[in-house]
Write a protein that binds this ligand. Structure first.
Ligand code: FAD
Length: 496
């Protein structure tokens, strides 16, 4: 009977992050994910690695300080997926006085410096009536502030962690559902189900990183394992419209309901607008509602010169935040910090993860393993803050793109640039022995070639159209409906 150390339920950012960390410390790991890796909340975020300026208003200093430090870590270990972003905040005197914003930004910068801010620029005031950064805004917004955070490809960050875990020996099992587990003879006996049927796995410890499904997984454990009322489900949606403004900065827009909405540059030709906070009953994300669309269009249009209309929307997505329930009634005010519930009945531990952010997944993984360390005394020390994620071992994106374009002068330069952003130094593996465009195989449109699709399938566990067009890549944004249909037909034939 083969016994593994850790069975991780959930292949979102937290499950994948814990798997990578644990595998690197010498534990044997299996991750089961009922759908696609990162297919739930972890690919539906605002794609920011951020301290969370607004959390300062809720006095979440621990979370903010930890999150600020992670910005620099992420730029270092995933330079292909993460990049610095300047955020412009138009001043709205009726909502918050300028001194309050200045104080908040001072605190943000100071906490950032304390926690090793090395490369990101500090905050400053800005005259929006003169700066190119203010051009997209209505003339009424004259003053503003600029500060730094980081943006990341969330879905690919999950994959990079899963891939790293896999390279370190972890078994990564997407489309494999955890049905339940019982304690027997000092081990977890867990039942998993995939397309091939059911099987049992035996593990010394179980990690419940099921995100919005954390309570369902607790329900599938012996009675009394953990407490399942610790999660509050809050849905958030985003819309994508054709690029609203020039420049590679983002906007943080303060609204009258004490919320903020972000406008973010997205995939070069688009602007991402989000998000909403709507209490949810179910862990599955239902699509964006008409009210959410109206809310986001109105929020943006209050600030932008050009009105944002529902008919401009080219894509939208929704996700459910699995927030740690801290008794708050207002969904925007619920803490974004994480917490664990450890149940060690019979000395067989189950650790359930509540809350957390994409930003803090790496620290969450370290904290999770610290909680499990009594059961694994030989486990190695924390290591993930300095080791690049797969594809992240290069100096600058510019240098990497130049290298790829220099090595492959006959391949489309724009494709190589995208490849560098998606795969980093692993771009060379995607290219393989291709010498010309013809060697890239079928051109599906939107910059997607057969060769990269084969790589997604062979190396990144991709199976479906959504996996490929919306998570491994964002090619769906650049393809016509006909091209998407033709790709779907090709994929169906390819998958037999
Ligand atoms: C709208 C929105 C915007 C956000 N923006 C940001 C942001 O900009 N920055 C940031 O830092 N954070 C952001 N977040 C928060 C962040 O996205 C989440 O904290 C994070 O993705 C949660 O990851 P997770 O791994 O816990 O959950 P998930 O990604 O949901 O992963 C859990 C996985 O468990 C799987 N699973 C569940 N049950 C089972 C089972 N029985 N068997 C097998 N698998 C199972 C699910 O299929 C799922 O894939 C945002 C969240 C939302 C919703």
């Amino acid at each position: 009977m083969a016994v593994i150390d850790l069975l991780i339920v959930g292949g979102g950012i937290n499950g994948a992050g814990i798997a990578r960390d644990a595998a690197g410390r010498g534990l044997s790991v299996l991750v089961c994910e009922q759908g696609d890796l990162g297919g739930a909340t972890s690919s539906a975020s605002s794609k920011m690695i951020h301290g969370g300026l607004r959390y300062l208003e809720y006095h979440e200093f621990r979370l903010v300080a930890e999150a600020l430090a992670e910005r620099e870590v992420m730029l270092k270990i995933a330079p292909h997926l993460a990049r610095p972003l300047r955020f412009v905040m138009p001043h709205v005197p009726s909502l918050r006085p300028a001194w309050m914003i200045r104080l908040g930004l001072l605190l943000y910068d100071s906490l950032g410096r304390l926690s090793r801010r090395l490369t990101l620029q500090g905050s400053t005031a800005i005259d929006l009536s003169r700066s190119p950064m203010g051009q997209a805004l209505q003339a009424a917004y004259k003053k503003g502030f600029v500060y730094s955070d980081v943006t990341v490809d969330d879905a690919r960050l999950v994959l990079a962690n899963a891939r790293a875990a896999h390279l370190l020996g972890a078994a990564i099992c997407p489309r494999t559902r955890f049905l339940g587990a019982r304690r027997e003879n000092g081990l977890w006996h867990a039942t998993l189900e995939d397309a091939g049927g059911r099987r049992e796995v035996f593990a010394r410890a179980l990690v419940n990183a099921a995100g919005p499904w954390v309570a369902e997984v607790i329900d599938a454990l012996p009675a009394g394992t953990g407490k399942k009322d610790g999660v509050q489900l809050v849905k958030g949606s985003h819309i994508v419209v054709p690029r609203l403004y020039q420049g590679d900065h983002a906007f943080i827009l303060q609204l009258g309901d004490r919320r903020v909405v972000f406008l973010l540059p997205f995939e070069e030709q688009f602007t991402l607008i989000g998000t909403t906070d709507v209490r949810a009953e179910m862990p599955e994300a239902t699509g964006i509602s008409t009210e959410e669309i109206l809310y986001l269009c109105r929020a943006a249009s209050r600030f932008t010169r050009e009105e944002v209309k529902a008919k401009d929307i080219v894509w939208s997505y929704s996700g459910v935040r699995p927030l740690h329930d801290d008794g708050q009634n207002n969904p925007s005010a619920v803490s974004r910090d994480y917490t664990f519930v450890l149940d060690s009945t019979g000395k067989v531990p189950a650790l359930s993860v509540f809350g957390g952010k994409l930003t803090t997944y790496r620290r969450l993984a370290e904290a999770a393993l610290a909680r499990l360390s009594p059961w694994f005394p030989k486990m190695g020390p924390a290591w993930t803050d300095t080791q690049p994620l797969p594809g992240g071992d290069f100096t600058t994106q510019k240098e990497l793109v130049a290298r790829l374009q220099g090595n492959h002068p006959s391949l489309p330069p724009a494709w190589l640039e995208r490849l560098a952003r998606r795969h980093g130094s692993l771009g060379e593996r995607v290219i393989g022995d291709a010498k010309s465009v013809a060697d890239l195989g079928r051109d599906f449109g939107g910059g997607l070639y057969e060769r990269e699709v084969e790589y997604f399938i062979a190396e990144e566990w991709a199976q479906t159209l959504d996996d490929i067009l919306w998570r491994r890549s964002k090619s769906g944004l650049f393809m016509t409906p006909l091209q998407q249909r033709e790709f779907g037909d090709w994929l169906a034939r390819r998958q037999g």
